[in-house]
Design a protein around this ligand. Sequence first.
Ligand SMILES: [Zn+2]
Length: 314
Amino acid sequence: MGQLWRWVLAVAALLLWGTAALAEPAARDLFGQAREPAAMASASIGFYSRGCLAGGVAMPRDGPTWQTTRPARHRSFGHPAMIDLLERLSAQAAAQDGWPGFLVADIAQPRGGPMTNGHASHQIGLDADVYLTPMPDHRMSDAERDAIDPPSLIDARTLRVDPARWRPEHYRLLRRVALAPEVERIFVHPGIKEKLCAVASGDRGWLAKVRPMYGHDYHFHIRMRCPPGATACESQEPVGRGDGCGDLSWWFDVALQPPPPGAKPPRPKPPLAMSDLPRACRQVLDAPAGAAAAGSGHAPVLSAIPTPTERPSH
Ligand SMILES: [Zn+2]
């Protein structure tokens, strides 16, 4: 009898636990609803794929050397260091690389966090996508910005860069961004990495930061280091010293090949719950809306944020 009751209790506990887990809303739904930044001192909290953004700053819609895109997505927010970096790099590329300006795609949601579609990272305001198509010579309308669909640089048949679409300006732009000390990594399609490896001359150290990745054939992805003194920001392990040009064949021969017929699609990961994010992200979600406080003391400042110790596998 005692044994039976123990089983009954165990099953009841499991059911209760399961229901509680199901009832916990996905963090992406909560952060996806935030329309304005949290009025707090700016801080990137957690890891690129598991965190949030306090005191997010909107990239201005237009600048002399950039235009933001996809306004309906509402993802032009970032850590102020990221907005500053994009403005500076775009000005340098326009002045020196023959690249008229940045077309900025997704940065982060107003309060960062997971998104309902599109990205695993971009959660702490230190990731930004920039199209591999230069800014047009006119200011685009909102409708134009939402409908934008820049072409791929990759020939779908060969999986290599399409020579008709590749320009020397692409090389100069990507090299410039990779050389910026604040930049931690750049993600591009393996075909683009291969092309950069083929044309790079002189010091090739910057190629270590350029990482092959799925997608990223019509845009590239800039990932910044945690800003100095950002104690709640969890760094990624540094890239190695090698240029990463010697080991691309796996991408072309295996990773980018279609799956064999009948292969089981990978099971999607369950969405992140609030309990998967650093605890301070609850404060970010609950904070009043408004402009970032630049350490002025007028807005609540995160206190005693525990340093995140967990590192996602991704
Ligand atoms: Zn991206």
